[in-house]
Design a protein around this ligand. Structure first.
Ligand code: T46
Length: 182
């Protein structure tokens, strides 16, 4: 497993060791001990999510407030996405900063997004299937959204896509005035 730092110190790119042979490939998509050693995070995951999106679908930017804030370990098993993590911890020196990484079935990269971040992704392929583990259960009462193209954040989403949003995401508000993290 290879861990790559990003512009935000707590957000990490993880590259699993892939074993290829004449049958295809094998890799450990998750190993608790290796994850903890690689990230220094002594935590466990309680939920696995799986979503399928068509080209141009953008899901996000979403987060859950404490006490149900979620850390997420994200990967793309079919197609490709541009995966984004936004630091919404007011006390962080990188508050308001974002990281964007292409995750794909091809590169098998994963993105570790700790609690205190908003998460979203843009679907870059005809179809993308995204699998991610969360450190807390879903709680709709504590779920919040930030507008995907919030001018205060200036996320550099790839251009040239016909963006498709859920009603919830289309009506999301910008960062200012939202309940965030201390
Ligand atoms: C998140 C979630 C949703 N649901 C139900 C609620 C809705 O009836 C349906 C679709 O939910 P939603 O439209 O919120 O799904 P996404 O837009 O993919 O939301 C997710 O997308 C971004 C990128 C995230 O990081 C979050 O995990 C999550 O907010 O699944 C559940 O039953 N359990 C869950 O954990």
């Amino acid at each position: 497993m290879n861990v790559i730092d990003t512009a935000i110190s707590d957000v990490k790119i993880i590259e699993p060791r892939v074993f290829e042979d004449d049958r295809g490939f094998f890799f450990e998509s998750f190993n608790q001990e290796k994850f903890q050693l690689a990230t220094g995070c002594d935590l466990s995951f309680v939920q696995d999510n799986h979503s399928r999106s068509d080209l141009g679908v953008l899901r996000g930017l979403h987060y859950q407030l404490p006490p149900m804030a979620q850390g997420k370990l994200v990967r793309c098993a079919v197609g490709a996405i541009f995966d984004v993590a936004v630091d919404i911890r007011r006390s962080s020196k990188t508050f308001g900063s974002w990281v964007g990484v292409e995750l794909s079935a091809e590169n098998k990269r994963q993105l570790w997004i700790p609690q205190g971040f908003a998460h979203g992704f843009l679907t870059l392929s005809e179809v993308a299937e995204v699998l991610y583990k969360t450190t807390e259960y879903w709680n709709s009462n504590l779920e919040r959204s930030i507008k995907w193209d919030c001018p205060e954040l200036g996320v550099g989403w790839p251009s040239g896509y016909d963006i498709r949003l859920s009603g919830k995401d289309a009506s999301a508000k910008p960062l200012g005035g939202q309940e965030l993290f201390d």
